[in-house]
Design a protein around this ligand. Structure first.
Ligand SMILES: Nc1ncnc2c1ncn2[C@@H]1O[C@H](COP(=O)(O)OP(=O)(O)OP(=O)(O)O)[C@@H](O)[C@H]1O
Ligand SMILES: [Mg+2]
Length: 355
């Protein structure tokens, strides 16, 4: 085994739950697959296969069934919540359940109203327009989207200057499915145009265990039940992390094969020790944030931008990835004057130092 120490960059790219930032690829069944391709092979294909998010799933079922009964199209849907909880997966499932096509775009890729107009005018009746990172839409694009979502039309400006006029082009009825990790950044008028907002919750360890066992079958990985629960417990309530840790533990097992064919509890523990994922699921980035808060800013309060730049990380990464989990554990909190570490967070650091 290669026992050169992992660098911080290695660890970030291995464990960071934002798939877009991960560029490595791996072999599955002899095929070279990128991180994104692996994710899509693991996506549940319908609502009955989808684990957890019970309330959201039940609400969606009613929304979709009633639209089908009325022979109509469902209202616009917004999925909100931290990365890796299944927003994209559910959006794809909505299209499958409605037996319609899904056109995919994202906030940052629509820079001009014209980009959106082109997509809108290509939509067929009943199709779903999936807009990922919808909180990152440019203002002019948002304004066109408001009208399209409410009145099913786009206003196209013809000509320039005083002689210009606007022509209303009618659109077929369609459904916008938006996904956002930052619902708070969505302007009110845009939020109001969604008939249904699904707030995604973190998964319980038991739900994550089910997800891990289902993924293990898809990836031909043999794993003991207690080992799958151990990985689940350290997955920060996040499906994407559970799947990723499962694959990292699988790697470890391949290199350190023992008599025992399937991944045992001890294998899982050894592998996760190598990847510096502790019992609570805190990883390198979380620890870096906590340590900076405590040691560089005497526990805070400190502004998020200052905190992020002190550890050379993007503000978004801290706000979307580390912070929700640390706040949920009660290790840090957000105050009007900035972020602070809590007593519980300080106790955690002390404990770590003692080990
Ligand atoms: N409920 C679930 N059951 C099984 N697998 C799931 C579930 N939710 C998510 N996953 C798996 O987790 C991975 C990430 O899910 P997905 O891409 O849908 O997350 P997301 O919320 O869209 O994240 P992001 O905000 O980063 O775009 C996928 O591989 C998916 O298969
Ligand atoms: Mg997504």
């Amino acid at each position: 085994m290669n026992d050169s120490p992992l660098t911080t960059t290695d660890l970030n790219s291995i464990l960071n739950p934002q798939a877009d930032q991960v560029f490595f690829s791996e072999q599955i069944n002899g095929k070279e697959l990128s991180e994104k391709a692996i994710e899509s092979t693991l996506r549940p294909q319908n609502l009955s296969e989808f684990v957890g998010q019970k309330q959201v799933v039940e609400q969606l079922q009613v929304l979709l069934k009633s639209a089908q009964k009325r022979k109509d199209f469902p209202d616009h849907i917004l999925f909100a919540g931290p990365p890796g909880l299944g927003k994209t997966t559910l959006s794809m499932i909505v299209a499958k359940e409605m037996e319609t096509d899904l056109k995919i775009t994202s906030g940052p890729s629509l820079t001009h109203a014209g980009d959106l107009a082109a997509i809108l005018s290509s939509l067929q009746e009943g199709e779903i327009l999936f807009i990922d990172e919808i909180h990152r839409l440019a203002k002019s694009v948002q304004e066109m989207l408001y009208i399209a979502m409410e009145d099913f039309r786009v206003d196209v400006v013809v000509g320039k200057g005083i002689g210009s006029s606007s022509i209303a082009l009618p659109l077929p009825k369609f459904t916008v499915v938006g996904a956002t990790t930052r619902a708070g950044l969505l302007p009110g008028p845009l939020r109001d145009r969604f008939g249904f907002t699904a707030q995604m919750e973190f998964y319980t360890p038991e739900e994550l265990q089910k997800i891990i066992l289902a993924s293990a079958i898809k990836l031909n990985i043999l794993i003991d039940s207690d080992a799958s629960l151990e990985i689940a417990n350290r997955s920060r309530g996040t499906a994407r992390i559970a799947n990723r840790l499962l694959r990292r533990v699988r790697d470890w097992k391949e290199v350190n094969s023992t008599q025992h064919k399937s991944i045992s509890l001890q294998d899982a523990k050894n592998a996760l020790l190598l990847y510096q994922v502790d019992n609570l699921g805190l990883d390198y980035l979380d620890k870096k944030v906590l340590l900076a808060l405590e040691n560089k800013f005497s526990g805070g309060p400190v502004g998020i931008k200052t905190l992020a730049s002190s550890i050379s990380e993007e503000t978004d990464t801290i706000e979307e990835v580390a912070e929700p989990f640390l706040v949920r554990l009660g290790f840090m909190s957000r105050t009007s004057r900035g972020r602070i570490i809590t007593q519980k967070g300080q106790d955690y650091i002390l404990n770590q130092e003692r080990q």
